[in-house]
Design a protein around this ligand. Structure first.
Ligand SMILES: NC(=O)c1ccc[n+]([C@@H]2O[C@H](COP(=O)([O-])OP(=O)(O)OC[C@H]3O[C@@H](n4cnc5c(N)ncnc54)[C@H](O)[C@@H]3O)[C@@H](O)[C@H]2O)c1
Length: 326
């Protein structure tokens, strides 16, 4: 039986597709390529170009293949854009997900792995953040993911949908084949590496007066290979007919912006210019996951928790693919 992967041409989805196939799974990808890259998906994987909210297309896919579970990565994920244009976030991330879920339920497909986010927590009241931390997102992107989480709970209670909603912190790094190629890029590690490659003249540090050791903000960076493995374990969890769960996926360690830049300088051997800029509105000083539940419930063990491994893998990918997937 196959696994339907939505957003499988995106950064995280493409790595999970790679790992599922290594595990001998049959995989189908549905992606509208609004942000993804067809080249990120192996030619031997059945690929459908289209919207997850296209009920006719999804029904047709489900009729043509025997599908056991859906892994749902597709979404728009730019926080700033979601504030400026919330309607496209609610339509794409909530409306289309709802239509996808309805077709899945009608076809009796009741195993679902969902890409949620630490943005559902909003301003941290305590750090590290565990899954019981209150959820009050500070932007429409976070709310769109929060809403899907609530829909999943209701669908579990009413229709027996079993899900694992994985609340990612900052996904980063690369495998040999797949790496991060967002356009526009907003994530710190690829931007720092762009500066190392000379694609950016400098990297801005937004605030160096936070109450942290070096004054810069601390975030939780999780290697994409470790993140991906957790999805395979989540699938196994669902196959064992266990309960639905909300689970943080983070490293459990925080690294400051300055630590990221210093490590990138060491690994690339290149000069990376920095400029100090004012703090960004709503940027907390520390966002770090309590990732114990992933270990306890899924048996997850991160293999690359150190910043060096993460940046080394990303740098190797950027050197091998200087123009990303183009
Ligand atoms: N990257 C991170 O650090 C991070 C952190 C927290 C949560 N997430 C979540 O993880 C998921 C994957 O993130 P990513 O970084 O790989 O993003 P991405 O933009 O690289 O991948 C998303 C993919 O979904 C596709 N897509 C979007 N809307 C679609 C639709 N309506 N129908 C079909 N395909 C559609 C895009 O073309 C793209 O290939 C997203 O849901 C995101 O919100 C990511």
């Amino acid at each position: 039986m196959a696994i339907l992967v939505t957003g499988g041409a995106g950064y995280i989805g493409s790595v999970v597709v790679e790992d599922l196939r290594k595990n001998g799974e049959e995989v189908l990808v549905l992606d509208n390529l609004s942000y993804g890259h067809k080249q990120a998906v192996d030619k031997n994987v059945t690929f459908y170009e289209g919207n997850i909210g296209d009920e006719k297309l999804v029904s047709q896919i489900l009729k043509q293949h025997e599908i056991q579970a859906c892994m749902h990565f597709s979404a728009f994920a730019y926080v700033g854009e979601s504030v400026e244009n919330p309607k496209i976030y609610y339509e794409n991330n909530v409306g289309q997900t709802l239509r996808l879920l309805n077709v899945l339920i009608e076809n009796n497909i009741k195993k679902f792995v969902f890409s949620s986010t630490c943005a559902t927590y909003g301003e941290p009241q305590k750090v590290p953040i565990d899954e019981t931390h209150p959820q009050h997102p500070t932007n429409p992107y976070g709310w769109s993911k929060f809403m899907v989480e609530r829909i999943l709970e209701s669908y579990d209670a009413a229709y027996g949908l079993k899900f694992v909603a994985l609340r990612y912190f900052n996904a980063c790094g690369a495998t040999r084949k797949c790496g991060e190629d967002h356009d526009p890029e907003t994530h710190l590690i690829p931007l720092v590496l762009f500066a190392a490659q000379g694609k950016l003249p400098f990297i801005s540090i937004f605030g160096d007066d936070y109450p942290t050791l070096d004054g810069t903000a601390i975030r939780d960076y999780i290697h994409i290979a470790d993140l991906s493995q957790a999805h395979l374990l989540a699938l196994e969890h669902l196959r064992q007919n266990k309960n639905s769960e909300f689970i943080n996926l983070g490293n459990g360690q925080g690294f400051s912006v300055k630590e990221v830049i210093e490590t990138a300088r060491k690994i690339t051997g290149r000069n990376i210019e920095v400029k100090i800029a004012p703090r960004r509105l709503g940027d907390p000083s520390r966002l770090v996951a309590d990732a114990k539940k992933a270990r306890q419930v899924l048996g997850w063990k991160p293999r690359f928790p150190d910043l060096e491994s993460i940046i080394e893998s990303a740098w190797a990918w950027h050197l091998a693919n200087p123009n990303g997937y183009d």
